[in-house]
Write a protein that binds this ligand. Structure first.
Ligand code: SF4
Length: 227
């Protein structure tokens, strides 16, 4: 497992305040600036990844590094792929540990927004690092539990974490019994080289999702159902 612990980030006060609709000069602005100052000081966004090879392919399964992943979409995406990069990127555990906000929903929301920004920095840095280090060219990712539940079951986080090794020790991310990741602003998945423009949103029925990056693809969905 490779680990990236020194990830640069820039918490842009103006952008975040605009996003949170905090008016400059108010009491909220003063409190938020203080939270941001602390976060800038203590935050350590991190990432971990591995270079792995596909050991075998079934009808809708793919075996990587001895672990079997069941997802027809993943299997389809890895049809002609032999090397993959399981990864985890996180905002880091420092913010939750050192900026407590007990029973204050507003401050919890501010904190989550700061953590999301840190996760964004970690994700971008990791993607660029993998693509450059291994000269991947065009890439795509898939994550257990992302998109429609049936596309790739969230329970397969267990195999993904096991494939990477001791993630908790390396970057402080742990998996709950219900397969949620702690800290909450953490993403995991498998990155791979591809010529196709795949995004999980293409096989996600969720309506009015503010984070959608591609429209639902009826043809791709139908192909998955009838394969
Ligand atoms: S549409 Fe939204 S929920 Fe569905 S995969 Fe895309 S970002 Fe995730």
């Amino acid at each position: 497992m490779y680990m990236l612990a020194d990830i640069p980030f820039d918490l842009k006060s103006e952008t975040l305040m605009e996003q949170l609709r905090i008016a400059p000069g108010t009491e909220d602005a003063i409190q938020f600036q203080e939270m941001l100052r602390k976060a800038q000081e203590i935050a350590r966004p991190k990432a971990a990844f591995a270079e792995c090879f596909v050991d075998g392919k079934g009808v809708d399964t793919i075996k990587i590094g001895g672990f079997t992943f069941t997802s027809r979409m993943l299997r389809k995406n890895l049809e002609s792929v032999e090397r993959v990069f399981p990864f985890i990127a996180t905002c880091g555990h420092e913010i939750d540990e050192k900026i407590p906000v007990e029973d204050d929903f507003l401050q919890e929301y501010w904190k989550d927004t700061i953590k999301a920004s840190l996760l964004g920095s970690a994700s971008k840095f990791l993607a660029k690092h993998i693509d450059q280090k291994f000269r991947l060219g065009k890439t795509a990712t898939m994550s257990p539990g992302s998109g429609d539940a049936t596309v790739w079951h969230i329970e397969q986080q267990r195999e993904l974490f096991a494939l990477l090794g001791n993630v908790k020790q390396a970057i402080g991310v742990r998996l709950t019994d219900s397969c949620l990741m702690i800290p909450n602003k953490t993403v995991s998945g498998i990155r791979f080289a591809t010529e196709k423009d795949f995004r999980t949103c293409q096989v996600c029925h969720r309506k009015d999702c503010p984070s959608r990056t591609a429209p639902f693809d009826k043809q791709l969905w139908a192909a998955l159902e009838h394969e």
